[in-house]
Design a protein around this ligand. Structure first.
Ligand code: FES
Length: 146
């Protein structure tokens, strides 16, 4: 039911980890399944994503989509990274079963949340970027269920 690429990224995920002093960090959660994904971006002064890491506490499809998403945004400009939608990630993975499509949304939302964080820290506006809905701030995590 899963493509070879999904299995590959699930069993051998790329770019797992954290970036210290990241330019932007985004954490999003899916309220239904409780899965959480965090993406770290290292963005240079030209607005190019030099490094990207992720941590996902979630299902196999969530792990595979975050892994592929980090590969897709690496080396891209902030504007180009906005084009890395869940559809683009799914296509790069040769598709996901329909019941797992929502998992790929986490990757898109986590990237957007990290870009939003970067924009806020640098007091810039990224055209076309909306405030992420499912962003989980550290100080809001206590006592809430996701
Ligand atoms: Fe929750 Fe996949 S089941 S992200």
């Amino acid at each position: 039911m899963y493509s070879e690429k999904v299995m590959d990224h699930f069993t051998n995920p790329r770019n797992v980890g954290e970036i210290e002093d990241a330019s932007g960090v985004g954490t999003v959660g899916n309220a239904k399944c409780g899965d959480i994904m965090r993406i770290y971006l290292d963005i240079d002064e030209d607005g190019i994503i030099r490094d990207c890491k992720f941590k996902t506490f979630g299902c196999g499809a969530a792990v595979a989509t975050s892994s592929m998403a980090t590969e897709l945004v690496m080396g891209k400009t902030v504007q180009e990274a906005l084009q890395v939608t869940n559809k683009a990630v799914m296509e790069a993975l040769d598709g996901l079963p329909p019941v797992k499509v929502h998992c790929s949304l986490l990757a898109e939302e986590a990237i957007h949340a990290a870009l939003w964080d970067y924009a806020e820290k640098n007091e810039i506006v990224i055209e076309g970027l909306k405030k992420p809905k499912n962003d989980i701030h550290e100080d809001e995590e206590d006592g809430e269920e996701y």
